[in-house]
Ligand binder design. Structure first.
Ligand code: ATP
Length: 274
């Protein structure tokens, strides 16, 4: 039976009088690859940090593999990989030393896998950290997060500095057969990359979870159509009523299933943030 690998229950975070996460509830089944999308400042990094136990929420709770994020057991830590938006590297070290140091912290560290991944992603093993480009630093963070065969991966814009070839290689490496079932939550603004790999999408806006659904369901059932008052309100995903445009989940309005047209992920993003 599928279990919930990543969970947020009524997660909220207020900082300096501002609401950053607003009552987010999300249950991600094991094996899902979830794209986390939203505009700049929507709260994606903060949500990932709360899930990883790096930020303490002011309300609600987060858990990974059934373990509270704020009190992760060593066993769960060993099954987790996290890539921060800004790589957190030791500037005085070299790439090889980094791999060795982090490897010692993980009993399941796989040197063969680490070197294979580094080669596949063109990581210059011999360089020192200050001499790495932004993309190379990001690649190193990815290798560090993945070489111990994590079951859960939290990835905060891991490909933003990578060129298209490196991005493709990285996306492929997420699905290495040898790793079996892995749950991934990945934030990215590069929607075309997400389209190729995700099973689910989570849209976040101003700290609120707007939408969480499978990509297949979005493709099959979501339609962009003219807004009319005949549409059942519960079927309307979002609407620009002044322009008489809305997105409808036709599972909740089967009588309107032939109206309008399907949307691309880019279009859905625009409508949800209009
Ligand atoms: N320490 C902090 N104190 C106050 N506000 C903060 C703090 N950290 C982040 N914020 C605010 O929280 C909001 C969410 O930030 P977050 O970094 O989670 O967004 P994001 O969706 O990851 O954005 P981006 O796509 O630009 O990376 C932003 O408005 C940001 O300014």
């Amino acid at each position: 039976m599928t279990y919930i690998a990543i969970e947020a229950q009524h997660l909220s975070l207020r900082q300096e009088g501002k609401t950053i996460l607003d009552d987010i509830s999300l249950a991600i089944p094991a094996g899902a690859v979830v794209g986390l999308v939203g505009r700049n400042g929507a709260g994606k990094s903060t949500l990932l940090r709360c899930l990883a136990g790096l930020n303490e929420p002011t309300g609600g709770k987060a858990s990974l593999l059934d373990c509270p994020s704020l009190d992760l057991s060593d066993a769960v830590r060993e099954r987790l990989g996290y890539v921060a938006q800004t790589p957190d590297l030791f500037e005085w070290m070299g790439v090889a030393e980094h791999l060795e140091l982090v490897g010692k912290a993980y009993p399941k560290w796989d040197l063969h896998r680490c070197l294979a991944l580094a080669a596949r992603l063109d990581l210059p093993i011999g360089k020192r950290i200050p001499h790495l480009s932004a993309g190379e630093k990001q690649t190193l963070s990815v290798v560090l997060a993945m070489a111990h065969h994590p079951d859960v991966l939290l990835l905060d814009e891991p490909v933003s500095n990578l060129d298209p070839l490196a991005r493709r290689q990285f996306m492929r490496s997420l699905f290495d057969d040898e790793d079996g079932e892995r749950t991934v939550l990945i934030s990215s603004h590069i929607l075309s990359d997400l389209e190729r790999v995700v099973s689910h999408l989570a849209f976040i806006r101003e700290g609120k979870l707007q939408l969480f659904d499978t990509w297949d369901a979005i493709l099959e059932h979501y339609r962009l159509m003219t807004f009319t008052t005949e549409l059942p309100p519960q079927a309307i995903v979002c609407a620009r009523k002044t322009e008489r445009i809305c997105v409808v989940d036709t599972r909740r309005a089967p009588q309107h299933a032939a109206q309008g047209r399907p949307l691309t992920l880019d279009e859905l993003f625009v409508e949800l943030n209009a």
